[in-house]
Design a protein around this ligand. Structure first.
Ligand SMILES: NC(=O)c1ccc[n+]([C@@H]2O[C@H](COP(=O)([O-])OP(=O)(O)OC[C@H]3O[C@@H](n4cnc5c(N)ncnc54)[C@H](O)[C@@H]3O)[C@@H](O)[C@H]2O)c1
Length: 276
């Protein structure tokens, strides 16, 4: 069943990339959207075409997330909170230092938990609402070269689904949590990774546009689902491999070759777009 827009939507990490595209798609679908990101000026510029409602928010700050949820709700309730902010680091896990590992987990896992819990405090009180968490295919299966990132996204998926079950057990039928798990998306997160051997996993499928993922997010916002993969066949593929870890590890050379070919393809595409 498709639900009507009820209250405001908040999008984190919305100054660019997928976050800005999601804000645009939600705005076009009739949501009043509060765009948030680290830099106040950048996110204000991003928000200008979509209602001009913006605020600085570092998702690692639990109190700031709560304040943002409160101020968004003051304009007719909080209907939707999209945890989109994320960071990627690549390369073997033994090459990362402690602060790098902590930053990835702080933003992608703990930051999204901060956002989820800030939104749920409002949504449980008002009796309805929807938290949409942007996960990744790397939340469904291991991603060679993107190990810490995949660990943070696995944590987010487990947290989201467990929280949804807890909501149902506590009797909240109209408060939802959805997870969107897209394949690689052509955003600034990947723009400088076309020759990065650590990022091969992101180039093994069909590279998505932020607009395509945002359109799916806007549909999901109206029709909650626990987990949605994009494209669907890739979700099925990585989930199957996840049940066969020895096979998956044996296929690593193939993953490398397919990912390298994907990087070259994307390089050609980017070059022809630049020329056009
Ligand atoms: N690009 C991909 O291939 C891909 C694939 C699957 C999932 N995702 C996920 O999509 C989401 C959006 O990523 P993107 O591709 O647009 O990347 P991006 O790097 O273009 O954008 C990420 C945004 O998050 C913001 N951000 C970083 N740290 C933050 C913090 N502490 N608080 C608030 N905002 C913060 C950045 O300022 C930036 O605007 C991420 O969660 C990412 O993991 C990306």
């Amino acid at each position: 069943m498709t639900s009507p827009v009820r209250g405001a939507a908040v999008v984190t990490g919305a100054a660019g990339g997928l976050g800005r595209a999601i804000a645009a798609a939600l705005h076009a679908d009739g949501w009043p959207v509060l765009l948030t990101d680290l830099d106040a000026d950048e996110v204000a510029a991003a928000a200008a075409p979509f209602g001009g409602w913006s605020a600085a928010l570092d998702v690692r700050d639990e109190d700031a997330c709560a304040r943002t949820a409160g101020s968004a709700a003051s304009r007719g309730g909080l209907g939707l909170w999209v945890n989109n902010a994320g960071v990627l680091v690549t390369g073997p896990s033994w090459d990362h230092d402690g602060p790098t590992r902590r930053r990835v987990l702080d933003v992608n896992a703990l930051g999204a938990m901060n956002g989820t819990l800030a939104a749920l405090a409002v949504m449980r009180a008002q009796g309805h609402g929807h938290v949409l968490n942007v996960v990744s295919l790397a939340g469904l299966a291991a991603a060679p070269g993107e190990t810490v990132y995949a660990a943070s996204k696995h944590a987010l998926l487990a947290f989201s689904l467990g929280t949804l079950s807890d909501l149902r057990m506590a009797g909240y039928r109209e408060v939802h949590v959805s997870c969107l798990c897209p394949d690689g998306i052509w955003t600034p997160m990947l723009h400088d990774r076309l020759d990065d051997p650590g990022a091969l996993a992101s180039f093994t499928g069909s590279m998505l546009t932020p607009e395509r993922v945002a359109a799916r997010a806007a549909r999901l916002a109206r029709r909650p689902r626990p987990v949605v993969s994009l494209p669907r066949w890739r979700g099925a593929q990585v989930r199957l491999l996840d049940t066969l870890p020895r096979l998956a590890i044996g296929l690593t050379p193939l993953v490398r070759a397919v990912g390298r070919a994907g990087q070259r393809r994307q390089l050609r595409r980017a070059a022809s777009t630049d020329r056009g």
